[in-house]
Design a protein around this ligand. Structure first.
Ligand code: MV4
Length: 499
């Protein structure tokens, strides 16, 4: 079936990103929006746009029924769900299918299996996928669970089968702590997911998070598009992602790719998906879970492979066979992505929503900015406070990092606090630059006082001289632009030079 019109059931940068590819393919686009997003860029970009309800997501972006009704009314062929919201809702995918529409994503059955960690483990059991030692099913008998834990060896982890983002996850250091942590894990699992099923795994200390991008078509062809390294995260929120990983050897990369394809095959996967692994200090890797959506960090994969993942998703939904063969793919160059959040790194990353009084994007060779805002717009309190994804690409890792530092320095945002300075700190850190880091990077190295917001003396003087010059010429109003991190005499100077 040919898709002529796509509704994007999402907002912000990802809605725009999907619509751009649709437009390139000659496909008409429909945006949905909440009352808080009337003036959003994704609404302006789309060929048609429909308000689906009030600001809270539960009354707008999550209203599957209302969204399907819009499709009927406007003659939409297919829905792209983006990430978050309805993207991993098997019931929604099923309703879309029953309404005679295409869901640009995997089957409801694949979503369902991978939505449960225990079901996922069971599904891949016959596919020779490395997994962390642990219990293959939910714990029903505590005495037995303690015996198993002793056999595996403490520390162990109790995880919620329905879990995500670290919720319902508890480390148990010894037999004496078992009952207390078990009670906590179960009650957290029930309150967060309505499902108290938990299981045990050996706790892998200092792991790295490495995930493999896969694409499958509806004819059983599955390929992988190498890895993304996502170990720099804060409280399960990814901060920096890159491709390829600095630590994988070609052999391990090949083995992980094969394992990821096996996981996808195990659930008859089609569409774009991500298979998540943890990698221990000895480079052993273990399958953790599969995300059945397009991920936030997909651009780094696009940059190193040259593949437009959204375009592939659309072809796959149309029933076309994959035209990319595994042997056609190779890694070219290196890409780094940072997530720019409206959060205050100096204040425990508290969301700092407000108006983007200044908003000037970095530009130039090797710089990609995926965002959904313009200067003067307000960041709504109702949704994720991500302002933009800033992605840089270079011949090698060092070049991509240098380009990222340059791009961060050029990025001008005022009106809200952002994580830009924090990301600059990461880019400049020896552990990050050497590639020797794990998921403990942020808690190990970051404290608010490393965000040196005070300009050094020379820069202050330079700024003062330059400001005086501008005032003298009455060339500028005092700029409101605040610099992040080590402040530089940036705004006027650079605006003039680059302007
Ligand atoms: C683990 C682990 C260590 N050992 N499993 C956290 C979220 C979920 N996706 C899996 N997670 C982990 N599972 C075993 N057996 C450590 C983590 C973990 C983690 C994983 C990926 C990225 C960041 C993390 C931060 C803390 C813990």
């Amino acid at each position: 079936m040919t898709i002529n019109k796509i509704l994007v059931a999402n907002r912000g940068e990802i809605a725009l990103r999907v619509m751009r590819t649709a437009r390139e393919m000659g496909i008409k686009t429909v945006a949905i929006f909440s009352e808080a997003d009337r003036n959003a860029l994704h609404v302006r970009y789309a060929d048609e746009a429909v308000c689906v309800g009030p600001a809270p997501s539960s009354e707008s972006y999550l209203r599957g029924d209302a969204i399907i009704e819009v499709c009927r009314r406007l003659g939409v062929d297919a829905i792209h769900p983006g990430y978050g919201f309805l993207s991993e809702n098997a019931n929604f995918a099923r309703q879309v299918r029953e309404a005679g529409l295409l869901f640009i994503g995997p089957s409801p059955e694949s979503i369902e299996v991978m939505g449960s960690k225990l079901a996922a483990k069971a599904a891949v059991a016959d596919y020779d996928i490395p997994m962390v030692p642990g219990t293959p099913s939910a714990i029903t008998d505590r005495a037995e669970a303690k015996l198993i834990s002793a056999k595996i060896g403490y520390p162990i982890l109790i995880k919620a089968s329905a879990g995500g983002g670290g919720k319902g996850m508890r480390v148990v250091e010894s037999d004496a702590d078992f009952d207390e942590q078990m009670d906590r894990a179960v009650s957290e699992a029930i309150s967060s997911f309505g499902d108290g099923s938990v299981f045990i795994e050996k706790y892998v200390t200092s792991p790295r998070h490495v995930e493999i991008q896969v694409l499958g078509d509806q004819h059983g062809n599955i390929i992988h598009l190498f890895e993304r390294e996502c170990s720099v995260q804060r409280r399960h929120q990814k901060v920096v992602e890159e491709a390829p990983s600095a630590i994988l050897t070609p052999e391990i990369r090949e083995a992980m790719g094969q394992a990821a394809v096996g996981v996808a095959r195990a659930c008859n996967y089609y569409g774009a998906g991500t298979v998540e692994f943890i990698v221990d200090a000895n480079l052993n890797f273990y399958f953790l879970e599969m995300n059945t959506r397009l991920q936030v960090e997909h651009p780094v994969t696009e940059l190193i492979t040259g593949v437009d993942l959204v375009e592939q998703m659309i072809y796959i939904a149309e029933g076309k066979p994959l035209t990319i063969k595994q042997e056609d793919l190779q890694i070219k160059g290196h890409a780094v992505e940072i997530r720019v959040y409206a959060e205050d790194p100096a204040n425990n990353f508290l969301p700092d929503v407000g108006t983007l009084d200044t908003y000037v994007r970095p530009q130039g060779n090797g710089v990609r900015v995926d965002d959904g805002f313009e200067q003067g717009m307000a960041i709504p309190i109702y949704y994720d406070p991500m302002i933009a994804k800033l992605i840089t690409y270079g011949d090698d890792r060092a070049a991509a990092i240098q380009k990222m530092i340059r791009a961060i320095d050029e990025y001008q945002i005022s009106g809200v606090q952002t994580t830009l300075g924090f990301c600059r700190f990461v880019m400049n850190h020896d552990a990050f630059r050497s590639g020797q880091f794990d998921t403990g990077f942020v808690s190990k190295y970051f404290t608010a006082d490393v965000l040196d917001t005070k300009p050094d003396a020379e820069e202050t003087e330079l700024a003062a001289v330059f400001a005086a010059y501008l005032l003298d010429k009455q060339a500028a109003k005092p700029s409101q632009t605040q610099t992040v991190g080590p402040a530089r005499p940036k705004s006027q100077w650079r605006t003039k030079r680059l302007g």
